[in-house]
Design a protein around this ligand. Sequence first.
Ligand code: NDP
Length: 271
Amino acid sequence: MATKRPVALVTGASSGIGEAAALALVEKGFEVVGTSRNTAKVAPRAGVTFLDLDVSSDDSVTALVQQVIDRFGQIDVLVNNAGIGSSGATEESSVAQHQRVFDINVLGVVRMTKAVLPHMRAKGTGRIVNISSFYGFAPQPFMSAYIASKHAVEGYSESVDHEVREYGIRVLLVQPGATNTSFEGNLVQPDTPLPVYESRRRIVDQAVGQAVRGGDDPSVVAAAVVTAATTPKPKLRSPAGPFAKRMSLARRFAPARIFDQQIRKFNKLPG
Ligand code: NDP
């Protein structure tokens, strides 16, 4: 069933930012395919077709992209939103846990990008919008696996954007600030907790949890996704929401020493 409307594919659209982005793209006139690892559990959303996808599986990604093209004839916009967070000092998390975070947050983006690029290149047009984070340019202790994964998404996206721009394709980054979703409930927890880090880890977990619960509504990020997907001259990086915009400016213009102090202060670490 080819469609006359542009087609957007949003990974991890069962909740939070992905759900809001899928609905905002429907509103903007897109035919939207949203994904979940378990579509049987997803409540129907008007205008969104849900299909199964696990971004950590090569086979699942290949099958999903083929299914979307067979069913809708094209993919104009891919939103790589699926992702998970992590908690714990690096000493407290096994290499396997770091790999799990990277398999979803980084290689998930790589798998999806590689699967849609031949199709977009043949069409001579396409947008890939990668959901990074203000943690794609800022550090956060006790979340280092997650932070490293988002920094990797930044470098990957900017590099691939240069490779494909001459073929009518852009790879863009949306950088949310703390956003009120179930993100905090889906953190990979440390598998070897150490007493030496326990109290600091708890303080940081609390601070991050508070920031997420009091964070932006997912619709703030969804609006930035729609702009990246549709504006004629998109920006490579779009911080979404007031906090992410402030952080982006601070990272660029504040002296490194001041930025470092602010990170320690936020996390109640000794000066
Ligand atoms: P949610 O936990 O609400 O959403 C995460 C989504 O990812 C779910 O829809 C889930 O779908 C999907 N997902 C998880 N693992 C996989 C997998 N292996 N394969 C496919 N889909 C998967 O959190 P958010 O909405 O907050 O997170 C969305 C994105 O926003 C993430 O990339 C996150 O890093 C980023 N972000 C979030 C911020 C925040 O403060 N909330 C701040 C900055 C960035 P399902 O379980 O149905 O498969």
